[in-house]
Design a protein. Structure first.
Length: 623
């Protein structure tokens, strides 16, 4: 019996746009930050290669690989021991070459994370080329007191040549397409180095385009690098402003001020800018912050803002399924792909389709603010390029809001992204808007319209999970929450020794299994205990690896259905064997693999062999 993601059984206009193998213009690209070790259970190049088709359908154009080099004793990927080898846990150079080759077949680029400022303290060069390192009093020095790395010396011509040779090496060996350059703000790396190295590498191989992304806010912070030659920088200050706005922000004027600061700074540079709401630093380095911890319910509209305002948007490692997991990239914590926030997933993939389909969302297309009357929590703007025009509306209030927009271009518009239906899937609906038009938008809601007439597509009916028991003999609990993330259960009784019933008797106990969603989009988790001779007495449910407790020692009710906020179950589940069967019949021979399901045609992105597939309590029989 094989497992098959439900997403394979459906195709829509968003998938069709994103799956195109036509190369995107540089101003309409989306970049994805991948930690190879975290991306799959195997943590290898080969396993990640098998998921490149999923990233393509998500709308990814560029895969930025976090450092792939062998690591020093601290385990940090940014403490490399050799810049011309791969981390053996990830695979070989040939495996990386195969990964890049497959990406190119899908019209995707691959950029490597480049660490020019330092190496691990046990790097090969430490003994073979000690002259490559900066010294004080004859001793190598730690940059920024990072005790696991030594500072490189760019006054040494041998070091400069060696670093340039390493940059050439990956182009020769794996045909990579660009470099994300770490810590370019280091004063130990002179601007003159970049001014020499960037054009050298760009011109190294005839007909080969190489792109350089500098990790730093060059437009506003590290202004000395404006002439260094980078193609993109990080819009660092903008992300910091959004993080400061956080979960409590609700004033549109404040967001507009942040946006104008970004837009004004961007006018002073001739390179692109990468916008993001999270990356490996925000998620792990800054004390461990999930999207929910940083932004609360603002995470949805702020994601829309970052994708539609300006520049090239970044998706961080698993962000597309919710971004509610802290990923320790020293330890390559695995992404939990089952803890999927359908609303975030469909929002992101629709935003990437918009970025690809609409020239109005080209990186540097100007923003025109739309006047909003009678509401200080609603922000609206348009972007226009030729016949392409996009309207974005965000409601940052904690309640449904009415707002009137003035100055719109009256006529036919198509609603491509609607927060009220995003959890169900992609949709598209025609509307006629007036030059002055009233809107009602849900709390923390958003709308993205495209000017013109397009085919209409209804969102698929939300298929709710119905809680059932695998058998009447099992001992289990269910937990419903509005925030999908990784939850753990700890259950125990008092049979004379305070016995724990968990398989993992060390805190925080066992992971709860994500089962599906309710009709309103809440997530349902289940925990079945390993000892079934008697029920335990007490229950703890925790998240964030046990650092935060939802329940602490509440009464355990066998088959109880607990809803976050209630310490006693709202019901007791008694139904068993809830698996529903659906027969998929091949409809026609087609590249899209058409099947008939309950009288409707659906598309699969791959041919499914005859057999039985089970996912989320539903059985699919392929004939």
């Amino acid at each position: 019996m094989a497992l098959m993601p439900i997403s394979l059984l459906a195709g829509d206009y968003v998938d069709d746009i994103n799956s195109s193998t036509l190369a995107r213009p540089s101003g309409q690209q989306v970049i994805y930050e991948m930690n190879v070790g975290a991306f799959t259970p195997q943590g290898t190049f080969s396993a990640a290669q098998q998921k490149l088709d999923d990233l393509k359908t998500l709308g990814v154009d560029i895969v930025w690989l976090m450092p792939v080099y062998p690591r020093g004793t601290s385990g940090s990927p940014y403490a490399a021991t050799n810049f011309q080898k791969t981390n053996p846990r990830y695979g070989t150079i040939d495996d990386l070459k195969a990964f890049v080759s497959r990406a190119h077949e899908l019209s995707m680029e691959v950029w490597l994370d480049w660490v020019p400022n330092h190496t691990a303290t046990n790097a090969d060069w430490v003994t073979s080329h000690p002259e490559y390192y900066a010294k004080s009093g004859g001793q190598m020095i730690h940059p920024n007191n990072y005790g696991d790395v030594w500072q490189l010396d760019y006054n040494n011509e041998g070091l400069v040549n060696a670093m340039n040779d390493c940059l050439k090496f990956w182009i020769d060996q794996c045909d990579i397409d660009g470099y994300r350059c770490d810590y370019v703000s280091s004063t130990r790396i002179p601007v003159s180095y970049w001014q020499q190295a960037i054009p050298l590498i760009k011109q190294y191989k005839a007909g080969k385009k190489i792109t350089f992304l500098g990790e730093g806010d060059i437009a506003q912070d590290v202004t000395r690098l404006k002439t260094a030659g980078f193609d993109y920088d990080f819009a660092w200050q903008f992300q910091g402003s959004l993080a400061n706005y956080g979960a409590a922000g609700n004033a549109s004027a404040r967001l507009k001020a942040f946006a104008n600061t970004l837009l004004d700074a961007s006018k002073t540079v001739d390179f692109g800018r990468m916008l993001y709401v999270t990356n490996h630093d925000q998620n792990f380095n800054d004390g461990g912050r999930t999207l929910t911890k940083m932004y609360g319910d603002n995470r949805y509209p702020l994601t829309v803002l970052a994708y539609t305002l300006y520049g090239m948007p970044l998706i961080y490692n698993g962000q597309e399924v919710g971004g509610n997991q802290i990923l320790d990239y020293f330890a390559d914590t695995k992404i939990d792909w089952n803890a999927k926030d359908a609303k975030m997933h469909n929002t992101i993939r629709t935003l990437t389709a918009l970025k690809h389909a609409e020239p109005a969302l080209d990186d540097s297309t100007p923003v025109e603010w739309v006047t909003v009357t009678n509401n200080s929590s609603v922000l609206a703007f348009t972007r226009k390029s030729g016949d392409s025009q996009v309207l974005v509306i965000l409601n940052m209030a904690t309640a449904s809001s009415n707002a009137t927009l003035t100055g719109l271009e009256a006529g036919d518009w198509s609603l491509w992204l609607n927060s009220e239906t995003a959890a169900q899937g992609a949709s598209r609906k025609q509307q006629t808007l007036g030059a002055t038009h009233p809107f009602t938008i849900e709390a923390k809601g958003y709308r993205v319209y495209v000017k013109g007439k397009y085919s209409e597509e209804e969102p698929p009916a939300l298929e709710a999970y119905t809680p059932v028991l695998d058998s009447a003999d099992e001992i289990c609990v269910f937990f419903e929450t509005r925030i999908p993330t990784s939850y753990a259960a700890w259950v125990w009784g008092d049979l004379g020794g305070g016995e724990a019933y968990c398989l993992n008797t060390s805190w925080p106990g066992d992971a709860m299994s994500f089962m599906g969603q309710t009709l309103t989009g809440a997530s349902i988790y289940k925990y079945t205990i390993t000892k079934v001779s008697e029920a335990p007495q007490y229950l703890i449910i925790s998240k964030d690896n046990g650092n935060s407790k939802i329940y602490d020692g509440v009464g355990f009710v066998n088959h109880g259905y607990y809803v976050e906020g209630n310490s006693t179950p709202t019901q007791v589940i008694t139904a068993t064997n809830g698996i529903r069967e659906t027969t998929l019949i091949p409809h026609a021979t087609s590249d899209d693999c058409i099947y008939t399901v309950s009288g409707q045609l659906v598309k699969s992105r791959q041919t499914l062999a005859p057999g039985v597939y089970i996912q989320n309590g539903r059985k699919f029989i392929i004939k």
